[in-house]
Design a protein around this ligand. Structure first.
Ligand SMILES: [Zn+2]
Ligand SMILES: [Zn+2]
Length: 309
């Protein structure tokens, strides 16, 4: 007969299980869109954030209408758990056959609201060589994109949004026990991508629990507070925030800087603002990235709505 657990033991088990990782919820893109709309009001980059909200709404529509993904084979999942490998790896999981359809559907949804440069790029999309689109998508998944011209640069956020929908759908097909546990690193345990930022949630016990949020599949994995996510260093960790004329300009977001690897990852706090979102609040605080860059720290988080030439 199975041993009965005391309420304390159940609480401890539930606590550990809940703290390890959180697979993406069905409304992940809808929440991002709502937060982006809220942050756009009165923001210096309001137009950009409103367009990002449109893109997130299109992602929400596509995710909701997409047929559920097939869960990977048991043997593959067991091998990944055994070796601590991501089961839906961004590097090695093939693009789905219909991925360009998802890209075109997102492009169609956002086209009327897009800036002129992107509207032109969307108009050219049907003639864009398919092998080159495949190559750019794979490069984005490897975080090694070399965007050849302004057209590719304009389309890159749409490709990023598309890949997020596809990998979030794949992560949602996983069960919590499928996700490799026991490592706390700078890469997502589901897909191996780097985080967009990290978020402090209010845990069951009422205190803050920190998670890194995947830039690709939106899975959140537990990371320790006051510890560099990319290199795991705990010494000399410091924080920078945006200052306005009358105090902190965006109090829910701080940049955590590490003197060992000279990187900076944002810490978005739901303790400070219950509506804060790892992805949306990252986009709304690009001024903070410039500030930390000036003090010698490079941005470790990756946001797939942002691409540099
Ligand atoms: Zn991921
Ligand atoms: Zn570090």
């Amino acid at each position: 007969m199975q041993k009965l657990l005391t309420p304390e033991e159940i609480a401890v088990q539930a606590g550990t299980e809940g703290a390890t990782h959180r697979l993406p919820a069905a409304d992940v893109f809808a929440n991002r869109a709502a937060r982006l709309e809220q942050l756009a009001d009165g923001h210096a980059m309001g137009d950009f954030l409103r367009f990002a909200a449109r893109l997130a709404r299109a992602q929400d529509t596509l995710l909701r209408h997409r047929a559920p993904e097939t869960r990977p084979a048991d043997a593959h999942l067991a091998r990944c758990r055994q070796h601590g490998m991501p089961p839906i790896g961004a590097f090695d999981t093939p693009l789905p056959a219909d991925w360009v359809y998802v890209l075109q559907a997102i492009a169609f949804e956002v086209a009327p609201h897009a800036p002129a440069s992107l509207q032109n790029a969307i108009a050219d999309l049907p003639d864009f060589p398919r092998p080159r689109l495949d190559a750019i998508a794979r490069d984005i998944l490897r975080a090694e994109e070399h965007l050849a011209n302004p057209l590719e640069l304009a389309l890159a956020p749409l490709l990023g949004a598309t890949l997020q929908v596809l990998w979030t759908a794949r992560a949602r097909a996983l069960q919590p026990a499928d996700v490799p546990t026991g490592f706390e690193g700078g890469q997502c345990p589901c897909c191996g991508a780097v985080p967009v930022s990290s978020i402090v949630r209010i845990g069951d016990a009422g205190h803050g629990v920190r998670y890194a949020t995947c830039s690709l599949c939106a899975t959140e994995w537990h990371v320790t507070r006051i510890k560099c996510v990319p290199c795991q260093n705990t010494r000399g960790i410091a924080y920078q925030g945006l200052e306005g004329e009358t105090g902190p300009a965006h109090p829910a977001v701080k940049a955590e800087t590490c003197p060992e690897c000279h990187s900076s990852l944002k810490l978005v706090s739901m303790e400070k603002d219950p509506l804060a979102d790892a992805f949306a609040d990252d986009l709304a605080t690009l001024a903070l990235d410039m500030l930390v860059d000036e003090t010698g720290f490079h941005r470790a988080g990756r946001n797939l709505f942002l691409f540099m030439p």
